[in-house]
Design a protein. Structure first.
Length: 170
C-alpha cells in the first residue's frame, strides 16, 4: 500500500512540474496572440480612413492651385487657388499617408498622421492652410468643407504675420 502511495506522490509531482511549464507556455502564447490582435486592430484604425490627397496644379493663367480630396469624409475636388502667385512645377498628386512627404510648392509646416487622414498644415506663399477632418483653416480662420468648390486667396488676404497660437493649457 505504501508503495502505491509513494508512486502516486512521485507521479503527481512530475505532473505538477510539467503542468506549470504548460501553464507558463500557454500564458506566453495567449499574450502573443492578444498583442498581435491588438496591433492589427490598431493598424486598421490608423489606416481605415485613408490619407489626404492633394493635387498640386496650375490654373490656365499660371496661378498655382491645390485640389484637396478625402473621400471617406466626403471631401472631393475642393480647389484652393493662390491668385497673384506663380510656380513652374508640373501637376502631381501627393497622398499624405506617411510623414515627411514634401509639397510640390510651398512647405509642410506640421503633420500628424498617426490616425489617417490626420492633420496637415501648409505654408503656401505666406498663406497657412490647415487640413483637419472636421474643418478647413485658411490663415487660421475656420471654413466649412465644401466639395466641388473653388476658394481663391489673394495676396491682399495674406497676413503680414500669422498670429501666435494661444495655447489653452499652460
Amino acid at each position: 500500500m505504501l508503495d502505491i502511495i509513494a508512486q502516486l506522490t512521485k507521479s503527481s509531482r512530475s505532473m505538477q512540474s510539467g503542468g506549470v511549464a504548460k501553464h507558463i507556455f500557454g500564458a506566453m502564447v495567449l499574450a502573443a496572440v492578444i498583442y498581435a490582435g491588438g496591433f492589427a486592430f490598431d493598424q486598421h484604425l490608423r489606416l481605415k480612413n485613408g490619407p489626404w490627397r492633394v493635387t498640386f496644379t496650375q490654373e490656365t493663367n499660371g496661378a498655382p492651385a491645390i485640389i484637396v480630396n478625402q473621400p471617406k469624409f466626403g471631401i472631393t475636388d475642393l480647389r484652393i487657388v493662390f491668385a497673384g502667385e506663380m510656380t513652374t512645377n508640373a501637376p502631381a498628386t501627393v497622398a499624405f499617408d506617411i510623414p515627411q512627404k514634401s509639397a510640390l510648392f510651398g512647405k509642410v509646416k506640421f503633420e500628424d498622421l498617426t490616425y489617417l487622414p490626420g492633420t496637415l498644415t501648409f505654408d503656401f506663399f505666406g498663406h497657412e492652410i490647415e487640413l483637419i477632418p472636421r474643418t478647413l483653416y485658411l490663415n487660421r480662420k475656420a471654413r466649412p468643407w465644401q466639395s466641388n468648390s473653388t476658394i481663391t486667396v489673394t495676396t491682399n488676404e495674406k497676413p503680414a504675420s500669422l498670429p501666435v497660437p494661444n495655447p489653452k493649457y499652460r
